[in-house]
Design a protein around this ligand. Structure first.
Ligand code: SF4
Ligand code: SF4
Length: 138
């Protein structure tokens, strides 16, 4: 490959990287200030030890099949993901796609502990699909 080929390939790779995004996770550096919770447009953030539901802050009701193929009862209380600190439900987090240009939790967190979740890598299209699924009227 000549040098133009290398530059072209690198440009394509960086374009591809821009499309790969992921849910946000709260690390154990969280100080439980609660600033992030009201900012989430998907109600994906919960206080430690609180139950969560798919129907909280969404249009989901009853038995639904999520875009990822998982069957859930949207009205059923789910076990907390953390008992100690605020946590984010990956199935509900769209990295704010469809609502904001940047993750609102990360924007307000005073200790920068809302970070990309390497275990939940999704494309922008998938995240927008989740947003439309949870909020079909918006
Ligand atoms: Fe909610 Fe946006 Fe943070 Fe995801 S990135 S938890 S959608 S505020
Ligand atoms: Fe924790 Fe940051 Fe949310 Fe405060 S804003 S509760 S420190 S994740």
């Amino acid at each position: 490959m000549n040098c133009f080929g290398v530059i072209f390939a690198a440009a394509n790779l960086s374009k591809l990287k821009l499309k790969i995004v992921m849910a946000i996770i709260i690390t154990d550096e969280c100080i439980n200030c609660g600033a992030c919770e009201p900012e989430c447009p998907n109600t994906a953030i919960y206080e430690g030890a609180d139950d969560w539901r798919y129907n909280d802050g969404t249009s989901l009701k009853g038995n639904v099949v999520l875009p990822n193929g998982k069957s859930v009862d949207a009205d059923e209380a789910q076990e907390p993901i953390s008992d100690e600190i605020y946590y984010i439900v990956p199935d509900k987090c769209t990295e704010c796609k469809g609502f904001h240009e940047e993750p609102q939790c990360a924007a307000v967190c005073p200790v920068d502990c809302c970070v990309p979740d390497d275990n939940h890598v999704e494309t922008e299209e998938v995240l927008l699909g989740k947003q439309r699924f949870m909020h079909p009227d918006e």
